[in-house]
Design a protein around this ligand. Structure first.
Ligand code: UN1
Length: 499
């Protein structure tokens, strides 16, 4: 499957299968438009088959000891290590991520697999003393059932791993719809799990479009849990439909992540961080730095160097190691990004660099967009408030620390944030006041590590966290157990009171 053009099938039970109606869609490289493969285009009937397969596998998988489930994850991690370069090349080809970053994406899944695998030997419950004699109480964790996983294209392996691996070690079974823009690297991630010994039916894949496959997973009465990464508008509709069916739902959605630079900061360090945060992965991260809030004279002292460095960032083939910014994922995405930039310029914002669709013949018809900096962006304007998901940085000035925090917090999102300062007091104050699930001090807004909780506040999420120890609460039901070894009826709240 790794050599294009391939035909990618669904995986249901133990078999690779076409859609019931044999439909496929074309997958084209964003770098040069070449055909990467054909992908099965699933429909509700394919989801039905996959959910039935996941249900059938649930009994045996949920009763497999958790440490044994964890060992499969360890083996998958080792396979992913061995296959990292191959999967990275497929990822770079299908969705345009630079090879180095694609390897990082897979590394994040490897780290998650080792963490989740070892959780098989923890999955802690608690004990607490009973209020009665000769009686004890404790909790244990139970698997829930079939988990529907729907993921975005920008981290085709890492983000699915945050959901799938903890869900598996907890004893659930899965139906996964990888993003239609990056289905092949996702399938290779799953292949490592199947090759590591994951029993048939425990992880099923149905490829296809959100409106077709995603919607069917959400509405299916037998997917008790839904885990989603994508846009806030889709997440909201998942919550509406899934909420009516009383499903447990975890949503990771948009961001509009700010970096605050104080006048006392190490400005060289801040420039390095902003360039990586804003233009790494061509800005296509939920965590991307999309606002630079510069306080006082830090603006005049850093803007020139920042713009010069951004101008020199090399656009090119993600497979070429000298490339700094790869293509955007699709024509539609580039048109969307360019639309934000054009409207901001029309509104009187100052374009410092980028902002034009490249015409350079060497970029051969790919969906490239240059590192773009718009300065003097007005608070409350479209560019100041909306997620762009591309290599576009909005620079907003502030007169004080307090004003910078107010600007940082005035967007509907709250995933990541950052402050550059040498003043420890100010840094800690910012950590408390910034409305986001993640705050960095003297580091960019991207680069979360697999063993810490990841997620956001406000319209970015619905209160759950992935990563680290957090998802094990989400993917299990707590069972409280009381054991009375007194041999007599003991009535709580009655027999232990003399009043
Ligand atoms: C995402 O963009 O959806 O923190 C995930 C980061 C990466 C994960 C990003 N480790 O930037």
């Amino acid at each position: 499957m790794t050599n294009p053009p391939f035909l990618l099938l669904h995986h249901i039970g133990s078999a690779d299968v076409p859609s019931d109606n044999s439909a496929v869609f074309e997958l084209r490289s964003p770098t040069d438009g070449s055909l990467v493969g054909h992908v099965s285009r699933g429909a509700a009937i394919d989801v039905d088959r996959a959910v039935a397969s996941a249900r059938a596998a649930f009994d045996a998988w949920s009763t497999t000891p958790a440490p044994v489930r964890g060992e499969i994850l360890f083996r998958a991690a080792t396979l992913l290590e061995a296959r990292k370069d191959t999967i990275a090349a497929v990822m770079a080809k299908e969705m345009g991520k630079r090879l180095e970053e694609a390897r990082g994406d897979i590394q994040e899944a490897i780290d998650t697999a080792f963490y989740a695998g070892s959780e098989g030997r923890r999955l802690f419950g608690r004990t607490a003393p009973s209020e009665l004699r000769d009686k004890m109480g404790f909790t244990l964790r139970r698997p829930i059932g079939v988990v529907g996983v729907i993921t975005a294209w920008n981290f085709p392996v890492a983000v699915p791993s945050w959901k799938i691996l903890p869900a598996l070690v907890c004893g659930n079974t899965i139906v996964w719809k990888p993003a239609e823009e990056a289905p092949a690297s996702g399938a290779l991630f799953a292949q490592a799990l199947w090759d590591a010994g994951l029993p048939p039916g425990v992880l099923n894949i149905v490829h296809g479009l959100g409106e077709e496959v995603g919607a069917a997973i959400v509405a299916h009465p037998d997917t008790q849990v839904l885990a989603f990464t994508g846009s806030t508008s889709v997440g909201r509709s998942i919550a509406e439909t899934g909420g009516r069916l009383l499903k447990r739902i975890s949503l990771e959605m948009g961001g509009k992540n700010p970096v605050i630079v104080m006048p006392d900061a190490d400005l060289g360090l801040a420039i390095d961080g902003v360039l990586w945060g804003a233009f790494g992965t061509a800005g296509q991260r939920c965590t991307a730095t999309s606002r630079l809030i510069v306080v006082g004279d830090a603006h005049s002292r850093m803007i020139g160097d920042l713009v010069e460095r951004a101008k020199s960032m090399r656009l090119g083939d993600p497979m070429d190691s000298t490339t700094e910014v790869g293509p955007l994922v699709s024509e539609a995405q580039r048109a969307r990004v360019h639309g934000f930039v054009e409207r901001a310029i029309a509104d009187g914002t100052t374009l410092r660099c980028g902002g034009r669709i490249p015409t350079d013949a060497s970029l051969g018809g790919g969906w490239f967009y240059p590192a773009t900096i718009l300065d003097e962006v007005v608070r409350g304007s479209e560019l100041a408030m909306s997620e762009v998901f591309g290599p576009v940085l909005a620079v907003i000035r502030a007169d004080s620390f307090d004003e910078a925090i107010e600007i940082a917090n005035e967007v509907p999102y709250g995933l990541s944030s950052s402050i550059y300062t040498r003043d420890i007091n100010q840094a800690i104050r910012a950590v408390h006041r910034l409305q986001s699930g993640i705050t960095y001090v003297n580091a960019p807004t991207i680069g979360a590590e697999a063993h810490f909780p990841f997620g956001g506040v406000k319209d970015t999420g619905n209160g759950h966290r992935e990563g680290g120890w957090a998802p094990y609460d989400f993917f299990t039901e707590l069972k409280t157990v009381y054991i009375d070894y007194s041999g007599a009826l003991q009535r709580a709240q009655i027999d232990n009171r003399d009043d």
